[in-house]
Ligand binder design. Structure first.
Ligand code: HEC
Ligand code: HEC
Length: 621
């Protein structure tokens, strides 16, 4: 029974082809205002019980809202009236379909808002984006613990002929502005800072979403430094998403150090209307063939639409990229399996217009201490990763009954460094891990040669073993414990990071491990300073009456459901060393912070040695 609930949760997220068609129709109206976008999507059913509750909640909300911005109250008083109209509407299609249209409405408003900001908050002229002339078949760059590499099975890509690298908009930005190979096709905070230091007019620093708020002062260098502080310190980009009248929750209070949410031009216009700003890490635009969902909150239906919205939004283009430009972008990035469940927007021979297995693959290839990550029979690096793509399918290795083949879950997610589990690192003869310390001594005599790598290699292999085998008592995780109605699940890192050798979640099931929490429930060992805090009040649905304090509303901004507050996807775990900080809000400065969070959050009881080994392993992914 629990499983069928989860099944439902997952399946209702899958866009239906027919609905998608409708969705594209809506997108024709991208330039329409936010209000219009929201009013097009009135929904019913779910609201049924909310009318009275929103009255009760309303008085409490009123106090806090009035203290904050008295002028808004006029707007809010129309709330019950609008609800009455909605209640009269007939019951529509299932909630499943609602989520698809909600995602469409959310993204349309997100983009429309950024378009509006273009005229309101002009930028100083951008410098020209520095771009290499070619991305070679194997591109290798230094990173924090060694070298990161990107492999293109189809050969090199000249950047002049590919829209991923071209400024398609009005602000000098390209996809390459935020997705770069030395950062694992994400953006490290370290490199954002370095780019600011060398040129504060680098196209990365645009007010629309690079600044803490588009209205931020950028008139002096000091002002720019403050405006781009979240970007340079944590690598965070502002994502503004609309509140929708159909949501089960309303905004009770906002504590926003940047005043962005409190200003009706850039933020909220009522308890359930206007824009909320979240600050999120750039997801890698690589290894996309392994994705089960696109964006932290799964709001994009496919990579083609994603490329359109990124161009209209981040690059503030007046028009969408042409079909052939979209094809160039997706052809370079690679196919994503997530797309194959939706309609094929361009009627191409393959769901993505590119055969599965083309595109780019990124992984750590060299470790400063352990040396080559493909040495002595190991399988690190992007070339081996590229070969894994043919084995991937949605639900692969799922632990909770969502694997379509019915195969049992195997918690051994990674086998890349099995060969180093033997003490000499020479191969697999020695097998056991027991004698590694003795052999480690042998290596000490020669720090520079092959032997100097024995201890670090053993550490990586031990860290892999920790990832694959340490027992975690999973409690309080939204999307697992609640959906399965099991307060405690005995699991592993791989229960959520279940895709073999990749580590992302193989099903589209948003999870809340507590990273977005604020206030008394703030995540242990993490730094959420500098992020706005939202207090949400659930006014309808099964969680009516519940309050949440979060720095990001997560999937609930799309689904409207209180149960989805704070939920995001489990990301790919390859190429980590190149893309600090971690988690969707950049709250873990290092991989040590990530491990410390898990250790405390789930009371795992890792030893200092296990923590160090796990970090060494994560750095080698
Ligand atoms: C201003 C920085 C910026 C620019 C420019 C940018 N992106 Fe992104 N990209 C992001 C951020 C931030 C996210 C995650 C946002 C979220 O999930 O809400 C993201 C997410 C993505 C993802 C999702 C990956 C995943 O795992 O789900 C893809 C694919 C992507 N971007 C491709 C592109 C393409 C293609 C372009 C150019 C058309 C582009 N991006 C331009 C910042 C940027
Ligand atoms: C209950 C599910 C769950 C378990 C168990 C789990 N994770 Fe995660 N992991 C997630 C989710 C969800 C995220 C994204 C969270 C966010 O950003 O808010 C994540 C993110 C991460 C990230 C950050 C990736 C990035 O790009 O920022 C790392 C690293 C990571 N997990 C490693 C681990 C390790 C190591 C373990 C075992 C000690 C583990 N996880 C156990 C669900 C889980």
């Amino acid at each position: 029974m629990g499983q069928s609930n989860l099944m439902h949760d997952v399946i209702h997220d899958v866009p239906k082809a027919g609905k998608l068609g409708r969705g594209f129709g809506h997108r024709g109206g991208l330039t329409e205002g936010i209000e219009a976008a929201l009013q097009r999507e009135p929904r019913r059913g779910r609201i049924t019980t909310s009318s009275q509750q929103s009255h009760t909640a309303g008085s409490s909300f009123r106090r806090s809202w009035l203290a904050w911005r008295s002028v808004s109250w006029l707007r809010i008083r129309f709330g019950p009236l609008a609800l009455a109209v909605l209640l009269a509407a007939p019951l529509g299609p299932s909630w499943a379909d609602d989520e698809v249209t909600s995602a469409v409405a959310a993204v349309a408003s997100e983009v429309a808002q950024k378009q509006k900001l273009r005229a309101l908050f002009p930028d100083p002229t951008a410098s020209v984006q520095t771009t290499p002339s070619v991305i070679p078949q194997l591109q290798i760059d230094g990173d924090s613990s060694g070298m990161i590499a990107t492999f293109q099975p189809n050969g090199s890509t000249p950047t002049a002929g590919n829209a991923f690298f071209q400024p398609l908009g009005s602000n000098g930005r390209t996809c390459f502005t935020c997705h770069q190979p030395q950062d694992g096709w994400s953006l490290s905070a370290q490199h954002a800072q370095a780019r600011f230091n060398s040129d504060p007019n680098d196209p990365l620093f645009r007010r629309v979403d690079g600044a803490t708020c588009p209205s931020a002062d950028v008139s002096t260098l000091a002002a720019q430094r403050a405006a781009y502080s979240l970007l340079t310190h944590k690598g965070l980009i502002r994502i503004g998403l609309p509140m929708q009248s159909t949501m089960e929750f309303q905004i009770h209070d906002v504590s926003d150090p940047y005043g962005c949410d409190n200003n009706p031009v850039t933020g909220l216009t009522g308890s359930k209307s206007g824009i909320l700003s979240f600050y999120r890490r750039v997801l890698p635009s690589t290894n996309l063939g392994f994705l089960s969902t696109i964006m932290w909150d799964g709001r994009e239906p496919d990579l083609f639409q994603q490329s359109v919205d990124a161009t209209l939004g981040h690059a503030q283009s007046a028009s969408a990229p042409t079909p052939s430009e979209r094809q160039q972008i997706v052809g370079f990035e690679g196919c994503t399996t997530a797309l194959s469940t939706t309609a094929n927007p361009l009627d191409l021979p393959f769901p993505c217009g590119t055969p599965k297995g083309t595109g780019i693959f990124t992984a750590q290839i060299h470790d400063d201490s352990a040396g080559g990550l493909t040495d002595a029979g190991t399988n690190g690096g992007p070339v081996a990763l590229a070969t894994r793509i043919t084995k991937f399918f949605i639900g692969t290795n799922d632990p909770l009954g969502l694997n379509p083949t019915g195969a049992a879950f195997n918690p051994v997610i990674f086998d890349l460094y099995d060969a180093w589990a033997s003490a000499t690192n020479a191969g697999s003869q020695d097998g056991g891990e027991g004698d590694q310390s003795g052999q480690g001594q042998n290596g000490e005599g020669d720090g520079s040669g092959q032997n100097g790598t024995v201890a670090p290699r053993s550490a990586i292999a031990r860290g892999q073993h920790v990832f694959n085998s340490v027992l975690i008592n999973i409690t309080g995780v939204g999307g697992l414990n609640d959906v399965l109605n099991r307060p405690s699940i005995s699991g592993f890192c791989g229960t959520c990071h279940d895709t073999p050798d990749v580590g992302n979640h193989s099903v589209k099931a948003p999870l809340n491990i507590g990273i977005a929490n604020a206030g008394p429930n703030s995540p242990p060992a993490l730094d959420i300073s500098g992020l706005p805090v939202f207090t949400l009040w659930c006014t309808s649905g099964s969680m009516a009456g519940t309050m949440f304090q979060v720095t990001d509303v997560g999937r609930a901004m799309i689904s409207g459901k209180c149960a989805d507050i704070g939920k995001v996807k489990g990301p790919v775990l390859r190429g980590l060393a190149a893309r600090a900080p971690y988690f969707h809000n950049g709250s873990a400065a290092t991989l040590s912070d990530v491990v410390e969070f898990y250790n405390q959050r789930f009371g795992i009881g890792l030893t200092a040695q296990q923590k160090a080994d796990l970090v060494a392993f994560l750095n080698a992914l």
